[in-house]
Design a protein around this ligand. Structure first.
Ligand code: MN
Length: 249
């Protein structure tokens, strides 16, 4: 029986080392050591301005990831969508397409960051389409580093402000988008982050039982999804089950 695969997202690491980076390094030295694979589903970093930035926390993390002896896959989030092949190589991780179809110990699954499911947030969907275009990304990356940092800080502030005035319903997943993603992938299990509403939802799509696992945000209450042959379970960093009172079931 293969070892569990581990899935994390939404660490929102800053550019300088701090308690969150320490927690991440401890996780990589701990539970990740005995996993069969690690999947990072985006927003690993609070923002990303280019692989050349050389931020201390990111480079320390790359070294730690590189020393893991298991496959590591990374899917872009809505904050670190510019993370590129140079950094991925330094970190020894694969840049994966989204959605990612993965053979997990309990069976086939579809993995994604999750913002593409939030179709009610039309403002974010328009932003997403803009910044995912090659033309926009080349334009952004052509600016000097200081200018890119200034722009990224401004985008982050604007995102915080608009998030403050949007309703919870707008910022959660859309049920039709979830059903469509299950249909397209034709798998019983979906794993994503982004909404900061950790839970394992049981649902039915087209008469088939399905599970949708939502990962926790590390800057709120860190944790990871362990996917063993018996199925998925949300855990805190010390390995105990994720507290029920923090679940959005
Ligand atoms: Mn996100």
């Amino acid at each position: 029986m293969s070892a569990p695969a581990l899935v994390i997202s939404d660490l929102h690491l800053d550019r300088e080392p701090g308690p969150l980076l320490e927690a991440t390094l401890a996780f990589l030295q701990g539970p990740a050591r005995s996993a069969s694979a690690l999947y990072i589903l985006g927003d690993l970093f609070e923002y990303w301005v280019g692989d050349d930035a050389g931020f201390t926390a990111a480079e320390q993390l790359a070294n730690a990831l590189k020393s893991l002896n298991i496959p590591v896959a990374f899917i872009h989030g809505n904050r670190d969508f510019l993370l590129g092949p140079d950094y991925a190589k330094r970190a020894g991780m694969q840049l994966a397409p989204e959605p990612l179809h993965a053979a997990l110990p309990c069976g086939p699954a579809v993995l994604l960051h999750g913002d593409s499911l939030c179709t009610d947030d039309t403002e974010h969907m328009a932003f997403r389409q803009q910044v995912r275009s090659g033309e926009w990304q080349r334009g952004f990356l052509s600016h000097p580093l200081e200018e890119r940092i200034r722009q990224a800080e401004a985008m982050r502030a604007a995102s915080r402000e608009s998030g403050r005035i949007k309703t919870d319903a707008i910022m959660d997943v859309n049920a039709n988008a979830v059903a469509d993603t299950f249909r397209d992938a034709d798998v019983p299990l979906m794993i994503h982050g982004h909404t900061h509403r950790p839970a394992i939802h049981d649902l039915t799509v087209d008469g088939q039982p399905r599970q949708r696992c939502v990962l926790p945000a590390w800057d709120e209450h860190p944790g990871y999804l362990e996917v063993a042959a018996t199925g998925p379970i949300l855990r805190e960093l010390d390995g105990s089950p994720y507290p029920a009172y923090l679940l959005h079931a």
